[in-house]
Unconditional design. Sequence first.
Length: 95
Amino acid sequence: MTRYAVRPTIARAATMAAVVVIAFLFRHDHGLFLGMGGLLVAALSTKERSVRAVLRSSGVFAALVAVFLLPYVIFIEAYMGLALYIRETGYPCFA
C-alpha cells in the first residue's frame, strides 16, 4: 500500500488487490480490513483532488479485487451455493 501511495499505477493497484484477495482467502475478516485500507489508500493517493479522480482510483481497485475474487465465488456457487456458504460460515450477522 505504501508503494501505491508513493506512485499510483495500475500494476501496483493490481498487486495491492491480489494481496487483499489472498488475505480474504485465508480469513474473510482480514481481507475486509485490508480491502477497506486499500480503498482508502486508493482514494487518498490521487494526484488530482476531484471527486471524479477519487472515485476512479477507488473503482479501479474495487474492480480488480472483484475480478481476482471471481473464480473463488464461482467455485463456491458451483459446489455449495453462496447462500448456504454464507449461512455455514457462522457469521452472526448473516444468520
